[in-house]
Design a protein around this ligand. Structure first.
Ligand SMILES: [Zn+2]
Length: 477
């Protein structure tokens, strides 16, 4: 029988149902690790898994670093005119040091001088990457772009060139604090939830918006400026959970379908939408008879992506033997709508954000994934190298990244719109038209893997050099 016809369309959850799940999660509040809305999400996932009659439902405790901060204040004034001071709205930089008040002279970090005893001022500009350059840098010789948009499309990603190392340059120059200005942002905001690696910084820092930052920069041009930063906060160890549930199939081997249940804000795209994708798989496969499930299936909603990705890291560390029998780890994050900015506001567009697919260097897995993408017409799809996209990283910058270094065949789907770490990640940013085709594509991938096994796939993993020799399409800048 043709594998395609194995999709039971009547069992694929509808767009409306997936949107309703996403909205319900979104409406609970900020889902940072250890926050009430994230505990609500854990319980909700457990209840959903129970309703679907998944087996072996398990909540595996993981210690995570919960970050809390409030009452951030920034006051600046010209040394020559201390009676005239300005209160600048600001947001504490995550995992920096809370303080009752650090007061010092400001110095631009670009100045090639020691910053001891000074508060550093630096600008963060979100990187604008032409997709054709990304395609070249990421050795992306597979992509699905039927409208030829990639030649002209420019992606604004939610990072600048420093990625998560936004505090380190100031710290290394012995600054006593940091003011990070979100310059050149497509919209006016100071709520940038970066870094999220849960590494405690030894100096305090605050984000300020582009327009407010301009005021600080103008003042610095006029003379010596002093500032005082303060905010309350604490970092505490709390317990979050990786939640799993299973369905038996016709092989001793497994496919794991997962994503993370936490997020920086109410975060519709990041990652309520990913949770809806995983739940859609659970719901679909729970209606399919065991005889038609090619593998045992595990559904994973892990914790703490926003606290150093410790959820998936622990999942991989604690399940070494099990993972030998995993034919594919499929991780599904972010069903995002593309945006443009007008007069400091974000406007949702008709098209999806560019879809990034990090896939193991296994030609069979690449081909199966590409075939599903084309059949479901998932336009703007780009395959990226599983390591080295972030210089020095042995894994992709996604929640599903931990599979790669230990050799588990994996597919990590993600989109990275500019609003990913901002409260602007609201329900209107969901590309709802993508829910059903993405769900069907994952079903196709699972059906297409039928008859293959984990060892066979692991044996086919190519080295970076071997993969580069097989340039499927010539990529030219
Ligand atoms: Zn995510």
């Amino acid at each position: 029988m043709n594998k395609m016809s194995l999709i039971k369309k009547e069992f694929v959850p509808s767009t409306e149902e997936m949107m309703a799940w996403t909205a319900e999660i979104f409406n609970q509040g900020i889902r940072l690790p250890g926050y009430p809305a994230d505990y609500w999400a854990e319980n909700w996932v457990k209840e959903q898994f129970e309703t679907l009659n998944l087996q072996d439902i398990n909540l595996d405790p993981v210690t995570v670093k919960k970050w809390e901060a409030s009452n951030a204040k920034l006051k600046i004034w010209l040394v020559d005119n201390p009676s005239e001071s300005f209160d600048i709205p600001c947001f504490p930089i995550p995992y920096t040091l809370p303080t009752d008040g650090v007061e010092a002279e400001l110095s631009l970090i670009s100045d090639d001088i020691a910053l001891s005893g000074k508060i550093a001022v630096s600008e963060v500009n979100l990187s604008k990457i032409p997709v054709k350059m990304l395609r070249y840098l990421a050795k992306a010789d597979r992509y699905y772009d039927p409208k030829n948009e990639f030649d002209s499309l420019v992606q604004t990603v939610p990072f600048d060139m420093q990625f998560l190392n936004v505090v380190e340059p100031a710290f290394e120059k012995n600054a006593s604090g940091l003011i990070g200005i979100l310059s050149g942002y497509p919209w006016e905001t100071d709520k940038y939830y970066v870094p999220y690696d849960a590494l405690e910084r030894k100096i305090p820092g605050v984000w300020v918006s582009g327009n407010k930052g301009k005021k600080i920069l103008d003042l610095i041009k006029r003379g010596k400026v002093r500032a005082k930063i303060s905010f309350n906060g604490k970092i505490s160890e709390v317990i979050s959970h990786n939640i799993t549930g299973t369905l038996p199939g016709m092989s001793n081997e497994w496919i794991v379908i997962g994503t993370h249940h936490d997020g920086p804000w109410n975060s519709a795209v990041e990652d309520a939408s990913g949770m809806a994708l995983v739940l859609a798989q659970a719901k679909y496969w729970s209606q399919i008879p065991k005889e038609q499930r090619p593998f045992n299936l595990m559904f994973l909603m892990n914790c703490a992506h926003m606290a150093g990705g410790v959820g998936t890291r622990e999942f991989v560390k604690r399940n070494k033997d099990f993972l030998q029998k995993v034919v594919a780890g499929i991780h599904l994050e972010h069903v995002a709508r593309d945006v443009k900015s007008e007069n400091g506001k974000l406007i949702p567009l008709d098209d999806p954000s560019v879809r990034w697919w990090f896939v193991s260097r296994i030609l069979l897995l690449e081909e199966i994934t590409e075939d599903a993408i084309i059949k479901e017409d998932l336009q703007r799809s780009l395959f990226l190298t599983p390591d080295g996209l972030v210089p020095g990283w042995d894994r992709p910058p996604t929640d599903g990244s931990s599979y790669h270094p230990v050799g588990v065949p994996f597919i990590s789907f993600i989109t990275v719109p500019p609003y990913l770490f901002d409260p602007a990640d609201t329900m209107d940013k969901i590309h709802e038209e993508s829910f059903e085709p993405l769900t069907r594509a994952v079903i196709r991938i699972i059906n297409s893997l039928k008859g293959h096994n984990a060892k066979e796939l692991r044996d086919q993993i190519l080295t970076k050099k071997e993969r580069q020799r097989i340039r499927r399409k010539q990529v030219k800048l």
